[in-house]
Design a protein around this ligand. Structure first.
Ligand SMILES: Nc1ncnc2c1ncn2[C@@H]1O[C@H](COP(=O)(O)OP(=O)(O)OP(=O)(O)O)[C@@H](O)[C@H]1O
Ligand SMILES: [Mg+2]
Length: 267
């Protein structure tokens, strides 16, 4: 059997895998709380080379009888994102802000030679599923995505225009003045749409501030919540452009950490 190289990103919620076989990269996702499932899959291969990154890396090392290379999460995430950007010829040669919407959200400033973790927020994918559960009782992720698509966030959020009523407002009247500011019963779909909106508003706001601080005009968003979620991508794009920055999404962006681990592991 050919040599297999495996890059793993064990995040707070999901484990993303990028593995190279016959010079072709393949991808796989599994929940991070099912370590046995991951180990059974790894054990199918004969003496694989494994590089792991992410908050739960050490848990995997403890369970395997041979050595694996542990890669710093900030390195793997930015290396993988740079690889995908180069491959797609997106924002070639530019410095940019990289926003990773994982369970939590982390933000990096990235240039040609280096990267810098510059902050983050606990408002991320974990908040989307957690708050949705607390407010609607729904736990099925795919159902939550459907609910956020069907829902109308303006039934829950209070806009600047609604506060100013008939007088002219000092800023764009459709901007949300108060997330969840309307205190009245509503359909659960609207609640989930408003949670997705809160996530988008918060993440975009701090990403745009970071872009201004570092004098760049490109923000690259990655993270599993963005795949198969065109409503969230549209909202992030619209609000980033309102903040006068450009938003980019990467094909396979959710695998940035796993690809970075694979690349760093081969060096
Ligand atoms: N099948 C799924 N099951 C659960 N959550 C999902 C699923 N697909 C996407 N998500 C969303 O993606 C989020 C996890 O994103 P991601 O995999 O980028 O984070 P992570 O790497 O696990 O976390 P972190 O980087 O913060 O440690 C979840 O919180 C949820 O909102
Ligand atoms: Mg992650």
């Amino acid at each position: 059997m050919d040599k297999i190289c495996i890059g793993i990103d064990m995040g707070g919620t999901l484990t993303k895998i990028a593995y190279k076989h016959n010079n072709k990269i393949k991808y796989k996702i599994t929940p991070s709380n099912n370590l046995d499932n991951l180990i059974n899959w790894i054990n199918k291969f004969d003496n694989p080379t494994i590089s792991v990154s992410g908050g739960k890396s050490k848990k995997l090392q403890e369970k395997l009888s041979y050595n694996i290379k542990i890669i710093d999460e900030f390195n793997s995430t930015t290396t993988g994102a740079k690889y995908l950007i180069e491959k797609s010829n997106l924002i070639a040669g530019k410095n940019f802000i990289l926003t990773n919407i994982g369970t939590g959200t982390s933000i990096y400033y990235v240039d040609h030679h280096s990267h810098r973790f510059i902050g983050g927020t606990g408002v991320g994918g974990g908040l989307f599923i957690g708050l949705s559960y607390w407010l609607t009782g729904e736990t099925d992720y795919q159902k939550l995505i459907k609910m956020s698509e069907m829902g109308v966030r303006s039934k829950v959020d209070l806009t600047v225009g609604e506060i100013y009523e008939n007088s002219s407002s000092p800023i764009e009247s459709s901007i949300v003045a108060s997330n969840f500011g309307k205190i009245e019963p509503t359909h659960p779909d609207n609640t989930v749409a408003a949670i997705s909106g809160l996530l988008s508003d918060t993440v975009v706001n701090i990403s745009c501030q970071a872009a201004k601080r570092f004098n760049v005009d490109s923000i690259v968003y990655i993270g599993s919540i963005l795949s198969s979620n065109s409503t969230l991508r549209k909202s992030i794009k619209k609000h980033t452009e309102l903040g006068r920055e450009n938003a980019y999404f990467l094909n396979k962006g959710e695998f940035s950490g796993a690809l970075g681990a694979l690349i760093e592991g081969e060096i």
